[in-house]
Design a protein around this ligand. Structure first.
Ligand code: PGA
Length: 242
């Protein structure tokens, strides 16, 4: 794994955006795997700037998102579809039909998960997958557990994640308890992975991902097996690595 250090969130965001813009410049038809949460917001802002000021073009890019809360319609202001529109898609020239975010209202999550993975495969797989990391070591909503799960599927969010994400809702009670999450197979199938981490509350997860054993209790640790992973992290998130 290549580690790129940044002094703070803003520098992490700039470096991450450069990395993604480079991917799009080298391959304008890239399939980008995209993430939500607080971490990539600054990266998306920089990408919007690259688009508006430097002409980086997303017209041929296809995107697939990692996850969506189960039970939230796309129009809900905490849905990840809404997040992507507001934080990125509405401000760049990506074609709406080329963006894919899991459907949080699917009636048949099992069949839907299979279709989502097949859709990713039909695009030729993911060229660059952007990831955040949960404070519990999760990637997408693949929570710590007894085994690594391969397919895109319906998952139960763990207590830690519900607590972490309560800041986006009126109260913890309103945080959905389930989500559709891309599984490890499609994530690890990405040709390149860019994982971001910022702030001290990610330091333990970052240490365990990099230096711990490969353990489904730290889902991100499976990235040790991927041949092309770059971590861009600020000093605070890197503070516990040896
Ligand atoms: P955050 O979430 O960016 O909001 O910290 C990261 C994640 O849970 O993957």
């Amino acid at each position: 794994m290549i580690i790129i250090q940044a002094k703070d969130y803003d520098e992490m965001s700039r470096k991450a955006a450069l990395f993604i813009a480079g991917q799009v410049l080298l391959k304008p038809t890239s399939v980008l795997g995209l993430a939500t949460g607080s971490t990539p917001v600054g990266t998306y802002k920089e990408l919007i700037r690259f688009h508006k000021e430097d002409g980086v073009c997303f017209q041929q890019v296809r995107s697939v998102n990692l996850d969506e809360y189960y039970g939230l319609p796309a129009s809900h202001e905490q849905s990840y579809r809404h997040f992507m529109q507001v934080n990125l898609f509405d401000h760049i020239d990506i074609l709406p039909g080329n963006t894919h975010v899991p459907d949080g209202l699917t009636r048949d999550p099992q069949a839907y998960g299979k279709e989502y993975d097949e859709m990713i495969a039909s695009l030729g797989g993911i060229d660059l997958q952007l990831l955040g990391i949960g404070s519990n070591g999760h990637i997408a909503f693949n929570e710590p557990g007894r085994y690594f799960t391969a397919p895109t599927r319906l998952v139960d969010l763990n207590k830690n994640t519900i607590g972490d994400n309560a800041r986006f809702f009126e109260s913890e009670d309103e945080v959905p308890r389930q989500a559709i999450s891309m599984g490890m197979k499609s994530i690890l199938g990405a040709k390149r992975i860019l994982i971001l981490a910022s702030s001290a509350n990610k330091a333990e997860a970052v240490r365990d991902m990099l230096e711990g054993p490969i353990d489904p209790m730290v889902p991100a640790s499976i990235l040790q097996l991927h041949p092309n992973v770059t971590l861009v992290a600020d000093y605070a998130a890197l503070s516990l690595i040896s």
